[in-house]
Design a protein. Sequence first.
Length: 170
Amino acid sequence: MDLAVNVFKSHYYLIINMNAPRMSEPRIIDVLRSKGYRVTPQRIAICRSALLSRDHPSAMRIYRQVQKLHPTVSVATVYKTLNILKELGMIQELAFPEEEARFDPNMKPHLNLVCYRCGKVTDIEDRIAREMIVRISEMAEFAVTGQRLELNGICNSCGGRINPKKSRNL
């Protein structure tokens, strides 16, 4: 039994720590506990998957990824944990018509480029977009608590080619 626990712990921590995290595991644990949430290995793995992802995964994709390491994790646990992360302002939910919602850990003002062929969502950090959000919110005396700026089209991988005339005549 001790060998199994040690193997689990070493593999668990190896998998969790392979990527450079935005938020360390102890920080995630502290945040969850400070808000009164239970901290389980499954919940930590879900948080890791959602917070480290750069490709805006769906809840089901997070579930499949976490299930490889934690076969007993439930879909309900994934959704509950994603809702907690939303409440804590650590991720935002991106709803798409006729598609599963996706989750974005990038909470800074940015643009999302969305390919309508393959569904890929790419974050673009842009100074002008940030300045626009600040200028508009100040002008309207509006406290921004979230944002979603999205450009839809076809990514280069799907055959999208830049046509300056079409892009300028939106």
